[in-house]
Design a protein around this ligand. Sequence first.
Ligand code: CDP
Length: 218
Amino acid sequence: MNNFIVAVDGPAGSGKSTISKLVAEKYKLTYLDTGAMYRMVAFYSLEKGVNLDNPREVELMLENIKIDIEGDKFILNGVDVSNEIRTLRVTSIVSKTASIKAVREKLVELQREISNGKRVILDGRDIGTVVFPNAHLKVFLVASPEERAKRRLKEYEEKGIKSDYESVLDSIKERDRLDSTREESPLKKADDAIEVDTSFLSIEEVSDKISALIRERI
Ligand code: CDP
């Protein structure tokens, strides 16, 4: 079967990437983490001191950025930045970077190019609404901010990143606010997306639910 698209959207820490990876493996789908692409642009802007409020500087930045994805490695202009894009420094500015129209246009085009003719599961904020409005399956994952903060803190602890519950919760709430209220492709459930509240479900339970939905559509 050609071009089978699964769109997984939802806020930070709702379980998108964990679930998408599992489902990708199970059904031999290509997994595309679109958030990582926004993180790469945010990282580049920090490294080069780009003024994101200056459209000319943003335009130049986008001309100079080359993004390659090799398995789970994110390559920016030939350099593997997979770890660098997960730092708190990048997380704190990524929503601003992602609110810029020119940035979104470039990345959405790339996401469609990478997915062309493939069986793909993509996770993000606008996959079901903007990138693939005709996706075969759209899932919208939600969970309470407190539960999402707990999960994110656990991830940070596992990676040895120092943080605390209150600041993680604040950062998640602020990102929710910025991502949901921005003008360009705000985070929102597509009308035909299936909402799954993951607050009280295990990873396996969520993955089973989505697997059942995929089987209905294959
Ligand atoms: O993993 P986490 O939920 O923390 O975030 P992410 O998926 O890595 O996305 C980082 C940021 O990129 C989000 O907070 C959004 O501002 C932006 N993003 C977006 O605007 N559109 C997407 N399709 C994916 C991410």
